[in-house]
Design a protein around this ligand. Sequence first.
Ligand code: GA4
Length: 328
Amino acid sequence: MVALSQSTIQQFFLKTCKPVNPLTFPQIPLIDLSKPDSKHLLVKACQDFGFFKVVNHGISLDCINKLESQATKFFSSPQLLKEKAGPPDPFGYGNKNIGRNGDVGWVEYLLLDVKPDSHYNKLQHPENFHCAVDDYVTAVKNMACKILEMMADELNLEDRNVFSKLLMDEQSDSVFRVNYYPPCPEVQENEIDGGNLIGFGEHTDPQIISVLRSDNTSGLEISLQDGSWVSVPPDSESFFINVGDSLQVMTNGRFKSIKHRVVANSKKSRMSMIYFGGPPLNEKIAPLASLLEREEDSLYKEFTWFEYKNSAFNSTLSHNRLGSFEKF
Ligand code: GA4
């Protein structure tokens, strides 16, 4: 990244930083996918936080490492070469600008289409990178589907594939993202508090489910219901799952789509890879009838994923996107 002036760099700092209250600091729910009783804990985590960590997931380290080393190679290549893979409209390389509405973050990223034989991805080393992405995405998608089926079981839904079939559909509108947060030398030189540098501003994910894997650099923070932020201890061998807005709607608000953000590290780089499992564009998203108990009102108006996605992509990161689809 090129050196930046002090005034340019100011826009990357968080305006307010509510401290974490150590007395209320909760443990991140831990789900062991190999244990049969994990269904119950998994649903509890979705209801309490919308966020949990998964271990014994069965995805090989080799598959993760192959992709990570391809991505490291890409982000350490010359800027001009990386820019050949951009802009991210909607897929490709992006640098500092996030979305189309003025959000910025101390981050470089690749947004990739995960449909088979996608022609949108503009990478310069397609063969190795694409193979690594395909293998990795297939593995995390299968894990996401397993998790969604466990959720449906525990919610006593007749069709245990009700959520997972949306990701398995050939037309599923899922996305894959690799974020690279470089260290910020300007912060170190000027001894400004590096803890407040925005890597990726606060937001909820619009899709159904997100599967995140990061290296061992900290930075991810989740927002608790009292508005405080909790730093998530990194764990490169586990996955972190979060509920997206669409799953919150399908469960009529039982599951929470969690607000999260990334604070950039002033000394160490951080790399994360996230699979966003989304439904087909024409899919109607609404609370499941079987989850609407007697007397319970549907909290949301029905919308298609196309409509929601459009409205999300025309908003800023921190916008409360579900607000305009709430009934009350
Ligand atoms: C957040 C989740 C995913 O990273 C993403 C993001 C998308 C983008 O980077 O283009 C958005 C953001 C995300 C929601 C609001 C809009 C669109 C940036 C932004 C300001 C790929 C997605 O699907 O929605």
